[in-house]
Ligand binder design. Structure first.
Ligand code: G1P
Length: 299
């Protein structure tokens, strides 16, 4: 199957979730528009995808997500104003939010039936070629973007590839977990996958993180798929169905992952990214070194 080793050029971004963990903020703004320092979460995902060579961006959205469409649209008034004021630096920042006509597509998931179902909603926009899936909640701080690392490994391996990371055993039930056939270091081959295993039943502590490179056969497996963990159609199950045919590999990426679907994870990411920014790091570090000991002393 030579086509399975081609680099993916299309990526699916499932962004239909209600974001209830961030209510009331998400009552009127999509979670993906919430800002990590000064960029919406979705911009990090797009930047990572572009770095990996993705050219077409497919958003699986739902009601109430129109702010996402506006975000990636041209903003002529804003542009004219910035040009008039000679704010070239800000014009450059805005450039990253632009999408060429036809490079971005929005598809609605009309019922919340799970991640597998969300990905399946994009099936008609994909050809017979591998595609990427990026979950924007998973923010990965890395020198080389996680998806780019995976694309490079995928070109030599093919099949289906998921980002993987060791998690504490007590947290395994929150993830898709890999049952490893062969551990080759950075890459592992997978003999089974289980979505959200009951506590204590996980086959390993190697969890799936939200970056995938998948063969088109995964869409076939999602056609008429039955529900899995949590009563939802699970992407993990459709990938697991490829183990005997195309093969499934986990890729231990280089980088730090933050779960921006949780408040604590979002805060951690904000601090970690802030400490990397030349314009913020000194002030933030000074503040942290003051506030943390003060809090410890008060306890
Ligand atoms: C999803 C996937 C799960 C994966 C996780 C990574 O779960 O279903 O396999 O481990 O993302 O963030 P969710 O977090 O949407 O429940």
């Amino acid at each position: 199957m030579p086509h399975t080793k081609r680099r993916p050029t299309k990526a699916i971004f499932p962004v239909a979730g209600l974001g209830t963990r961030f209510l009331p903020a998400t009552k009127s703004i999509p979670k993906e528009i919430m800002t990590l320092i000064d960029r919406p979460l979705i911009q990090y995902a797009i930047d990572e995808a572009r770095e990996a060579g993705i050219e077409e961006f497919i958003f699986v959205t739902s009601r109430g997500k129109s702010a996402l469409e506006d975000y990636f649209d041209e903003a002529p008034h804003l542009k004219a104003e910035l040009e008039h004021k000679g704010k070239d630096d800000l014009l450059k920042v805005l450039e990253k939010t632009n999408m060429a006509s036809g490079a971005i597509a929005y598809i609605r998931q009309t019922q919340p039936k799970g991640l597998g179902h969300a990905v399946w909603c994009a099936r008609r926009l994909l050809g017979d070629e591998p595609f990427a899936v990026i979950l924007p909640d998973d923010i990965i701080q890395a020198e080389t973007g996680c998806l780019k690392q995976m694309v490079e490994a995928y070109e030599g391996i093919g099949g289906n590839m998921v980002a993987a990371m060791e998690v504490p055993p007590s947290k395994a039930s929150a993830y898709g977990i890999l049952d490893v056939a062969e551990d080759m270091g950075r890459v592992v081959s997978v003999k089974a996958m289980v979505e959200k295993p009951a506590p204590g039943t996980q086959p390993s502590n190697l969890a799936v993180i939200g970056r995938y490179i998948l063969a088109p056969a995964v869409m076939d497996a999602l056609d008429g798929a039955s529900t899995g963990a949590g009563g939802e159609i699970q992407l993990t199950d459709a990938i697991a169905a490829q183990i005997g045919s195309g093969g499934v590999y986990g890729y231990r990426f280089d980088g730090q992952r933050y779960d921006c679907g949780s408040k604590a994870g979002f805060l951690q990411a904000t601090i970690a990214f802030g400490l990397e920014r030349p314009d913020l790091r000194d002030e933030l570090a000074a503040f942290l070194s003051e506030i943390v000991p003060a809090r410890d002393a008060a306890e």
